[in-house]
Design a protein around this ligand. Structure first.
Ligand code: HAM
Length: 470
């Protein structure tokens, strides 16, 4: 048997519906923020990622899928989406009067990582990039947009960690300080870290091998090496995050795994999952580095697989459509022909309809209708059809009645609960936010009906009604 390659996923059934649901929410929220959809190639020239993502990043040195095509070109399957978007921005001269360009994407990326839960070799990311503004409002908006998508999906306990790498001068000073700090300790660090010292010492800080090493834990932090301009900028970003009601923590250890960042960097986790569900930051030098005009940018990306793991961990039920409107049942060949006609009519009228394809007995067709979670059963028999009617059974209440064929569509309309075609975000997303009198700003004190009492922590500040009732 040929099995799927290591680190890839087959997504089907209910899982596929959840996947699509997340993508629909992303589309819908991005539209509200006026981001345009962009699709760039799955493979690009290898040089793009070396110059873009960076020669010293793990992603480029160890994780890319590189190959030569039949024309002897060096090609790489994209490990992330930012470099391709920037290449496209430059190639199509999207810069001009209409800056910033705000785009979002959703697609597969490839990283040759050691596969484990939440770490795949073929992964799907949704992400967005804002090209052409350095205003801290764009930093805050991108972080807030990411958080809002997670909230819309029903995720709780969203932890945003932010840091700043500062401008080029600050980053250079910090780099020097790290080299001085690490030099005497190099024999205690792994081989990769030794290689990273001169190329990019920042990368030592998020080494997976030496993560628990005290030397890394006590390393100088970016914040101490910021110049006034970078400090002020970071303060502004934080102030704007407060205005947008984004709860965050400053974590001076966050440097991110790609080389192109400066100023704001951030990672987002949810609940007890250790892996980040999303991350991003500002990359003001990348467009120029890839041959375009100096263009400040910021962006973010999130792995859909990891978001689903977080949703599962928090037992969030996504409002996916998992039911069929009607299942058409029959026994003989004439009825089968009518079933083919009727299925077509009803589907074109907007109902989700299925029928029998494998010659099951009537009894087995009832079981099949249950498996497909059909709300109504339309049972055909030649005698009824000759009288211009069909038997319709409600699969929940088990009531049944004969319905004239000419009224069948009206009957289905009346007997099936209307479902919204368009995604109404307010229906399933809510803000789980603190409403307690002390304004303690903790998300656990949400008073919405959906919140269980357990969610309301036992701290003294909690004054919410549910706790009083308890
Ligand atoms: P990243 O942190 O490398 O950033 O990836 C973003 C997200 O992709 C991660 O937080 C995680 O959810 C998901 N992810 C990464 N690697 C894997 C994997 N092996 N398996 C499953 N999920 C994974 C970037 O890719 C940047 N391009 C983000 C960005 C956009 N920065 C600026 N603009």
């Amino acid at each position: 048997m040929i099995t799927k390659p290591k680190g890839t996923l087959d997504i089907y059934g209910t899982e596929a519906k959840k996947w699509k649901f997340i993508e629909e929410v992303v589309d819908s929220v991005m539209e509200k923020y006026n981001y345009g959809y962009i699709r760039t190639p799955l493979f690009e020239s290898t040089e793009l990622f070396h110059r873009g993502v960076g020669e010293s990043s793990d992603i480029v040195t160890k994780e890319t899928y590189d190959f030569k095509d039949r024309g002897d070109r060096n090609i790489t399957l994209r490990p992330e989406g930012t470099a391709g978007v920037v290449r496209s921005f430059i190639e199509h001269k999207m810069y001009g009067d209409n800056l910033p360009v705000k785009v979002y994407y959703n697609g597969t990326m490839y990283r040759y990582e050691r596969p484990q839960s939440g770490r795949d070799r073929e992964l799907t990311q949704f992400g967005m990039e804002v090209l052409g503004t350095d205003d801290p409002i764009s930093d805050a908006e991108v972080i807030s947009l990411a958080v809002n998508i997670y909230k819309m999906l029903g995720l709780k306990d969203i932890k945003v960690e932010i840091n700043t790498l500062g401008n080029k001068e600050s980053r250079d000073n910090y780099r020097k300080a790290l080299i001085e700090y690490f030099k005497p300790h190099m024999s205690e660090l792994c081989e990769d870290c030794n290689n990273r010292l001169e190329v990019n010492p920042l990368r030592i800080l998020d080494c997976k091998v030496d993560a628990d090493n005290e030397i890394l834990k006590n390393a100088p932090t970016t914040i101490d090496y910021l110049d006034e301009e970078s400090k002020e900028r970071f303060e502004k970003v934080k102030e704007l995050l407060d205005i947008l009601e984004v709860t965050y923590e400053v974590n001076p250890k966050i440097v991110r795994g790609l080389d192109y960042y400066n100023h704001t960097v951030f990672e987002i986790k949810a609940g007890n999952t250790n892996l980040s569900i999303g991350g991003g930051g500002r990359y003001n030098g990348l467009v120029e580095n890839l041959g375009g005009p100096s263009t400040p940018c910021i962006g973010f990306a999130s792995g859909i697989g990891r978001v689903l793991l977080a949703l599962e961990e928090q037992e969030v039920t996504l409002p996916i459509k998992d039911e069929l409107d009607a299942f058409i049942m029959y026994v003989n060949e004439d009825e089968q022909k009518y079933s083919a006609y009727l299925s077509n009519e009803l589907r074109m009228a907007g109902f989700s309809v299925d029928t029998e394809y494998t010659g099951r007995s009537l009894k087995a067709q009832f079981r099949q209708a249950d498996r497909l979670k059909s709300k109504l059963l339309i049972i055909l028999n030649s005698e009824d059809l000759n009288n211009g009617e069909v038997l319709v059974k409600n699969n929940k209440t088990k009531t049944e009645e004969k319905v004239m064929l000419e009224y069948l569509i009206y009957y289905l309309d009346e007997n099936l609960v209307e479902e919204e075609d368009t995604l109404d975000l307010s229906k399933f997303g809510h803000k789980h936010e603190c409403d307690c009198d002390d304004n303690c700003n903790c998300e656990d004190h949400c008073e919405c009906d959906d919140c269980k009492c357990e969610d309301h922590c036992e701290c003294e500040n909690c004054k919410c009604k549910d706790d009083e009732n308890e």
